[in-house]
Design a protein around this ligand. Structure first.
Ligand SMILES: [Zn+2]
Length: 212
């Protein structure tokens, strides 16, 4: 994704947009669907784990921003068995974007309650970036999918750009809640995984408050 100068700061920035295909005990969970035109990449990821579109049990949208939900119709047109989940406050926006031509018989978005667990994933409400932003903790692996609550750039943990964050103060509370989970690993919607992410997150929180 490429943002020209002036959109998220004085200089132009480029960053990657990640979705995840996660095999779980009873299904496959896709976390976020990118901006669209990702079907080939998602299909390749499914093939790598010996699965196909029909094996997708759930699609979880971390939040209703275009670079996370843009590919949802494309995914749902292929993943006929998938349930769709989003945080309560973002579920309406996610639902509004689903076209009627999807393969799922029930494309209605389920509201993922804070603390709820499904398929070994615990829902962590992390409002701030959007009101309904959620993160997911794979409890067995201690693996935290942070969404846009936090990301990395060039190997350094960073907050998402302030212009895209609805409530920076609330986002900060959410970051502290994530830090308390002390995840073994963290994966981000933007930016590669970095070692010892839980420590880096605590340092980020202590080091700097977001610029308003
Ligand atoms: Zn976002």
């Amino acid at each position: 994704m490429h943002l020209p100068a002036g959109v998220a700061g004085p200089t132009e920035i480029s960053f990657d947009v990640r979705c995840f295909v996660l095999p779980v005990a009873e299904g496959i969970v896709v976390i976020d669907t990118g901006m669209g035109d990702n079907a080939t990449d998602i299909h390749r990821a499914l093939e790598r784990i010996g699965a196909g579109w029909d094996d997708i049990s759930d699609v979880v949208i971390t939040h209703a921003h275009a670079d996370h939900v843009g590919g949802l119709n494309e995914v749902l047109s292929r993943a006929g068995n998938a349930l769709v989940w989003a945080g309560e406050a973002d579920a309406g926006a996610v639902s509004a974007g689903i076209s009627s031509g999807t393969a799922t018989s029930e494309p209605k978005v389920r509201a993922a309650a804070d603390g709820a667990s499904f398929r070994g994933l615990r829902v962590i409400h992390t409002p701030g970036h959007t009101q309904g932003h959620i993160s997911l903790l794979h409890e067995g692996e201690g693996l935290l999918f942070a969404g846009d609550a936090v990301g990395t750039m060039n190997g350094v943990m960073v907050r998402p750009p302030v212009p895209f964050t609805a409530d920076p103060a609330e986002a900060e509370v959410s970051l502290r809640n994530l830090a308390r989970l002390s995840p073994r690993r963290m994966l981000f919607s933007h930016g590669a995984e970095i070692p010892d992410a839980a420590s880096r997150l605590r340092e980020l929180i202590e080091r700097s408050a977001p610029q308003q």
